[in-house]
Design a protein around this ligand. Structure first.
Ligand SMILES: [Zn+2]
Length: 527
């Protein structure tokens, strides 16, 4: 059987199978075989359905495309001892819908389904709805590979790849106790008996690509009138949210629940693998690693993160006229954001972006709305770090302000992320910046003076570039909005960048100052 795609329609040409949207005569189809393009994972999808993977036609069973258009593959965990002796039951299902049963589906099994495939092993599939058996030598990670052209299904141990680079605050564990620290122990109890000791227990092991990591954050999906309680260990339980600075987490509950934003069901009396998988993309501008739940971001979003990140890097770098070098970018879910807000630039070519979680993403209008403005902001920090010596003194607020103002001027950060309402909602930059002194927040203190430049219509891309190439190097504290030295420094910097006296921006910001560009220069001793 050959799978073909013509210029306009996708055609499945096979004896015994329906032709889907294909009106080509067999002869024409034969001719097309010369230039056949992949159909699998284009409009035909193959699912490896077992107890080990799951029985749905969805992201957890979908066999992924490979560089060979005829070959699809899936890597999964075998966690149940009975799959070793008795063997697991499996079937391969083809549908015409990605992550769904579609309007048409068919099943494939091996010719002698009662005889198990002993892993590592291979069999040729035939059309059949009888489950076949797969017997594994040990618990662990396995890969099933299917050549759809030959129908050959082979199952073997997953090839261990190099571990993905983790965000700087996370580590892989070398053994289950992860350094021997006591695990976080959490009990889930009804409000009527808040100090209960539940009899069911699961060990939640946080993982990246099946490798245990040393910290995790996850919510529990709990019924009403039930609460989680921290019993021991290093971490926090806040409502249904579990923060663990050690690994694994011992979770005990007699009530049914699921965990993480991806509703992972616990394995009571055993290990619950809270696994995140990675995908890595390379380009001259950036190496992108996307961490995700196996069931999430399955629609091509990881490649889109990479593509959009490249665009931001290329354009912001061009606007700034600064080339920091090839970046490493990580996109992580809430579960891995155990440090700060999870968005970081280290000034050394590494950016980490927290793309949050499905409810937050839904409320933000999509994952790119969450991630890419943050990316544009963090990359400006990388640009700033290249010229940080031009800003001696405390440049931390200026650095934050430029990160938002530049990304906004470049068109990658929506205006409300810049101003006028600050991260402290009571800071309204349109009312000046005086209130920030007593309601201090680093981004608000950085954004507010630059917001005045925007109000005066001087925040252009060339203004943003000029701030990264200041004509005068002035030592001042960018976070002290009560200091005339700060006001005078901003007058000089803004005026140089705008090509005209911008004292009015600093007056609007309500920062003390000498009253004019000439007076500010005189006060700072600038000739
Ligand atoms: Zn920042």
């Amino acid at each position: 059987m050959t799978i073909l795609r013509s210029g306009f329609a996708f055609c499945l040409v096979a004896g015994g199978f329906a032709l889907l949207g294909c009106s080509s005569a067999p002869l024409a189809s034969e001719a097309l075989a010369e230039t056949a393009e992949p159909l699998v994972n284009v409009n035909e999808f193959l699912y490896f359905r077992c107890n080990a993977t799951a029985w749905g036609a969805d992201a957890s069973t979908l066999m992924q495309a490979t560089s060979d258009p005829n070959v699809v593959t899936i890597t999964y965990q075998v966690t149940q001892p009975w799959m070793l002796a008795a063997g697991d039951s499996c079937i391969v299902t083809r549908t015409n819908q990605k992550n769904g049963w579609g309007s048409s589906n068919a099943s494939f099994s091996e010719a002698t389904p009662a005889t198990p495939i002993v892993v590592p092993g291979a069999e040729t599939l035939v059309a059949s709805s009888a489950n076949f058996r797969v017997r594994y030598p040990a618990l662990g990670s396995y890969t099933a590979t299917l050549n759809w052209a030959t129908r050959r299904l082979s199952i073997g141990t997953a090839t261990p790849s190099a571990p993905a680079a983790l965000p700087f605050w996370l580590r892989y564990c070398s053994e289950l106790t992860c350094g021997g620290l006591a695990p976080l122990v959490v009990h889930v109890c009804p409000s009527s008996d808040p100090s209960c000791t539940p009899t069911r227990q699961t060990t939640v092991v946080p993982e990246v690509d099946g490798r245990q990591i040393d910290q995790i954050f996850f919510p529990l999906q709990l019924p009403e009138d039930v609460a989680a309680r921290l019993v021991s260990g290093a971490g926090q339980v806040i409502g249904p949210l579990i923060f663990s600075s050690t690994s694994p987490v011992i979770l005990r509950s007699n009530v049914d629940l699921t965990l993480s934003y991806y509703n992972v069901p616990p394995v009571w009396g055993g290990t619950t693998h809270l696994n995140f998988v990675t995908q890595t993309f390379n380009s001259p501008e950036v190496v992108t690693t996307v961490f995700r739940s196996p069931t999430f971001l399955t629609g091509g979003e990881p490649a889109e993160f990479h593509a959009r990140g490249r665009t931001i890097i290329t354009q912001e770098s061009q606007i700034a006229q600064i080339q920091p070098g090839r970046m490493n970018a990580s996109f992580i879910p809430s579960e891995l954001s155990t440090l700060g807000e999870g968005n970081f630039s280290d000034g050394n070519l590494n950016i980490t972006i927290n793309y949050a979680n499905p409810p937050f993403i839904a409320s933000s209008g999509g994952v790119f709305n969450v991630a890419m403005p943050r990316f544009a902001h963090e990359y400006v920090h990388e640009l700033f770090s290249e010229i940080a010596q031009s800003y001696p003194g405390n440049s931390s607020c200026l650095n934050e302000g430029i990160a938002d103002a530049f990304a906004f001027a470049a068109g990658f950060l929506p205006e409300p992320d810049f101003g006028p309402i600050g991260l402290r909602g009571s800071n309204d930059f349109d009312q000046g910046c005086a209130s920030i002194v007593n309601n201090f927040e680093i981004h608000d203190a950085g954004n507010c003076p630059l917001w005045q430049v925007h109000r005066l219509n001087f925040l252009s891309q060339s203004f943003a570039r000029a701030l990264l190439h200041p004509l005068h190097v002035i030592d001042f504290d960018s976070c002290d909005l009560t200091s005339a030295r700060t006001g005078n420094a901003l007058i000089v910097l803004y005026s140089d960048a705008a090509g005209q006296d911008l004292t009015s921006a600093v007056q609007q910001a309500q920062i003390p100052n000498a009253g004019s560009l000439a007076a500010a220069k005189l006060a700072l001793g600038i000739p």
